[in-house]
Design a protein around this ligand. Structure first.
Ligand code: FAD
Ligand code: NAP
Length: 480
């Protein structure tokens, strides 16, 4: 009989998990508390609790209690995939802002923000420069009287497109990853900073990183323009609030603030677990490869999508789900809980003594993480072998974008269409942009084009000239 798997949440992580269960002949039941997409799953069903069954150490089974329109139900599952996202609980650090309780304007968290309607003509203070802070400040900058964007650390602003107008995420290649592995992080940061400051000088725009801050990037195409136009004004961190104004760390005061929007992020939570699982799972370092809790004697509970990554999370959640379903089936093994707990305790002690940084707080490296998961399922592409067998494909896998097709070239879940998908991925990327076909349009040849065409002949001719005019060669030739 197929193992029954409860999939909690029908976002991208939940949908990939359902597919991976089906690929492995497991029987998924998806619970989604919203009713956004209808049909196949148990929609408008909230999972209230997930608890170990009394015989958990033998069976690894879970009791899952759900609620649908006020009606409670309990079902037994052989395994559980938690795909509830980690942006449900807003982080609202009001205690860090003296005087905020006196403030008479409107206060909200970015989670409550939907559209700029209702903010017209207001003076708005946005606190926190993450992706939400950047997006909301730019959007409101078009309608509000003034948007002030307060940041403690600053951030590097990356555009969605890069040189030549190509999508920046398509620039994540194995070749660049290889270079990054051999260069010290200081050198890498220096190169990146030079490149980013070439577009606009971050310091001049009030975005430069504060001394001692961690390297932080946000993605935003319009923030520099909004600052340039005066629609958004960068500010330091807030020292205190009065009834109507904000006093900043640099001593400046902004009067008549109507609205404060905290774009201060989220805290993870798993309200349906019992303690200590409930608290432990909120710490990424407690999770083996960000997926399996360290303290379970049976690996029948996985958390999918609970990671921060320097790249697309969608590709990673699919790989997590592929690995997890194979662990559930017993086709892949994870270390025993005693070993995982010993490692976790060691990490805890080192972090407490500040001898080690909590890596769980940083974004994981995209290709390293994906390759690591793929090596557990036997789906990591073997580049050397690929160069011998199929050099054209290997070239694209190494120098081209590291897309999810690469993990469908070999091993379980191999897809025959993967090769063609990789070789044609740029066509699909550019097709939606090329909506106007211009026959015989004049092409402005780039420097690299001229170098390619003329570089070799010019180099050969120069070498010939140098040889001919070299006094040494002349003297050698002149000798009898
Ligand atoms: C404002 C914002 C913008 C973002 N923009 C981007 C972007 O442009 N690109 C990008 O890659 N990522 C973006 N992200 C990150 C994005 O959230 C993730 O990439 C993606 O949504 C993660 O998918 P998920 O399935 O893991 O979680 P979610 O999409 O959050 O899905 C979780 C699902 O679980 C359900 N659920 C939760 N608890 C229960 C329960 N107890 N019972 C039943 N169902 C439950 C929820 O209703 C929800 O449908 C953004 C995040 C935020 C907050
Ligand atoms: N377009 C997109 O792709 C998009 C859009 C929105 C969100 N997202 C994703 O959604 C997730 C959440 O993003 P987010 O921007 O909401 O949160 P976030 O990335 O956690 O950023 C929150 C910011 O709030 C500030 N902050 C945190 N604690 C604070 C405190 N105690 N006091 C003052 N400031 C504090 C920090 O900025 P300072 O250091 O500057 O003060 C921090 O960078 C991320 O994964 C993000 O990538 C993506």
């Amino acid at each position: 009989m197929a193992k029954r798997v409860a999939v909690i949440g029908a976002g991208v992580s939940g949908l990939s998990s359902i597919k991976c269960c089906l690929d492995e002949d497991l029987e998924p039941t998806c619970f989604e508390r919203r009713d956004d997409i209808g049909g196949l799953w148990k929609f408008s069903t909230t999972v209230c609790s997930v608890t170990k069954r009394p015989d958990f150490s033998e069976t690894g089974q879970w009791d899952v209690v759900t609620e649908t329109e006020g009606k409670r139900d309990t079902e037994v599952f052989d395994a559980v995939m938690v795909c509830t996202g980690h942006f449900m609980n807003s982080h609202l650090p009001l205690e860090s802002f003296p005087g905020i309780c006196k403030f008479q304007g409107r206060i909200l968290h970015s989670q409550e923000y939907r559209t700029p309607e209702g903010f017209e003509g207001k003076r708005i203070l946005v606190i926190g420069l993450g992706n939400s802070g950047g997006d909301i400040a730019v959007e409101l900058g078009r309608r509000a009287a003034q948007v002030l964007l307060s940041t403690r650390s600053g951030a590097w602003v990356i555009f969605r497109y890069t040189d030549g107008g190509y999508p920046v995420q398509m620039m994540t290649t194995r070749y660049r990853h290889f270079i990054a592995q051999i260069l010290p992080s200081r050198v890498q940061n220096w190169i990146e900073a030079r490149w980013l400051n070439k577009r606009f000088n971050h310091e001049n725009y009030g975005l430069g990183l504060t001394k001692g801050s961690k390297w932080k990037r946000i993605m935003n195409d319009e923030l520099p323009t909004s600052i340039l136009c005066g629609a958004v004004t960068m500010k330091t961190s807030v020292k205190e609030f009065t009834e109507t104004s904000a006093v900043f760390d640099d001593g400046t005061v902004e009067e008549n603030i109507d609205v404060v929007i905290f774009t201060t992020g989220y805290t993870p939570s798993f309200p349906f677990f019992e303690e200590p699982l409930k608290s432990l799972c909120t710490q990424k370092r407690f999770m083996y490869k960000f997926v399996f809790p360290s303290n379970l004697e049976r690996a029948t509970l996985a958390i999918i999508g609970f990671l921060s990554l320097k790249g697309s999370i969608l590709t990673a959640t699919e790989l997590q789900a592929r690995w997890t379903t194979r662990v559930f089936k017993g086709l892949c093994k994870i270390p025993p809980s005693q070993k995982l707990m010993a490692e976790f305790t060691k990490k805890e002690q080192l972090i407490k003594r500040e001898a080690k940084e909590d890596v769980g707080k940083d974004k994981a490296d995209y290709i390293s993480y994906m390759d690591d998961l793929a090596s557990h399922t036997g789906t990591k592409p073997n580049i050397l072998l690929l160069f011998l067998r199929d050099p054209r494909l290997a070239w694209e896998v190494f120098f081209g974008p590291c897309t999810s097709y690469q993990y469908r070239l070999m091993g379980p879940g191999k897809w025959d269409g993967a090769r063609n998908a990789i070789l044609t991925q740029w066509d699909r990327t550019l097709k939606p942009l090329k909506t106007r076909f211009v026959p015989d349009s004049p092409k402005s040849a780039s420097l690299s084009h001229y170098l390619k065409v003329w570089g070799v002949p010019v180099l050969l001719a120069s070498l010939l000239l140098i040889c001919k005019s070299s006094p040494f060669l002349k003297s050698v030739q002149g000798k009898p």
